[in-house]
Ligand binder design. Structure first.
Ligand code: ADP
Ligand code: MG
Length: 253
């Protein structure tokens, strides 16, 4: 099996605050990795370094074989120019806790925007694809609505359709259901579950333990900038080896 994301000894500090203290993680192509951990443990920073939004101070990340932030020539690494960073970022979908839809655009235009502006797709083709994606997330009838007219769960499903519009090799979810009212969580998890079943590689930061148990191939527990424990969901969630994992699960379950 090939590796989609390969993270080696990644360190990241903000000033004197060490946020990632040596992260090693491999995500295999087609697999779902769920990342758990207390607030402040570095989960978002880890996703952001994978997506070229933060630069690791030390260590290396490769996505789909390409080093994040660098181009390799021979055995030397050259820093990437900004337009190449943007190009590589388009291959990674990112779904945020707070949706971040464009409020002044319709649902359809939210999904159409990136393929047209970033990938230079013909608009008619992007529109046709967007309609299919909206159907896939159960929102075929909302194409003409504005984000403010939708529930949080619907907005997050639009955000997922928007991420899919770039046909990413990898999808990153940062607490995709944390901002939702409890009754809206299920509809978003259903969509993510469908994507997982279709074999899209993803890393999902979430506190939804039942979802992790059902969908994850690997569960990673992070605390204080380190991976404390990782393995199949049954092992990590049912019989954690580490006391810190047990203490965390006792709080969220
Ligand atoms: P998590 O997602 O697990 O809650 P984060 O990765 O968001 O954790 O944050 C880890 C730590 O890094 C926190 O203490 C946070 O305040 C700090 N942090 C995150 N981003 C920045 C930043 N841009 N500048 C300074 N500190 C940051
Ligand atoms: Mg976070």
């Amino acid at each position: 099996m090939t590796v989609m994301v390969d993270i080696r000894s990644v360190h990241k500090s903000f000033g004197s605050l060490d946020v990632l203290k040596g992260i090693d993680l491999q995500v295999r192509t087609g697999e779902v990795t769920v990342v758990l951990g207390p607030s402040g443990s570095g989960k978002s920073t880890l996703l952001r370094t994978i997506n070229h939004l933060e630069k690791a101070d030390r260590g290396e990340i490769t996505v789909d074989g390409a080093p994040v932030g660098y181009r390799r020539s021979g055995d030397r690494l050259h820093e990437l120019p900004e337009r190449e960073v943007l190009r590589r970022r388009t291959k990674i979908g990112f779904v945020f806790q707070n949706f971040r839809l464009f409020p002044h655009l319709t649902v359809l235009d939210n999904v159409v925007e990136a393929p047209v502006s970033a990938l230079k797709r013909p608009r008619a083709q992007a529109v046709e694809h967007a309609h299919r994606l909206l159907a896939r997330v159960g929102l075929a009838d909302k194409a003409g609505a504005y984000p403010a007219q939708l529930s949080g769960g619907q907005q997050q499903r639009v955000a997922i359709a928007r991420a899919l519009a770039l046909e990413p090799r990898l999808l990153l979810f940062d607490e995709p259901t944390s901002a939702l009212d409890p009754e809206l969580v299920g509809e978003v998890l259903d969509v993510i579950r469908d994507l997982a079943a279709q074999g899209i590689t993803m890393i999902v930061v979430t506190h939804e333990i039942a979802f992790a148990r059902e969908v994850a191939d690997t569960v990673v527990f992070m605390a204080d900038g380190r991976i404390v424990e990782q393995g199949p969901p049954d092992a990590v969630l049912t019989a954690p080896r580490e006391e810190r994992t047990r203490a965390f699960l006792a709080k969220v379950l």
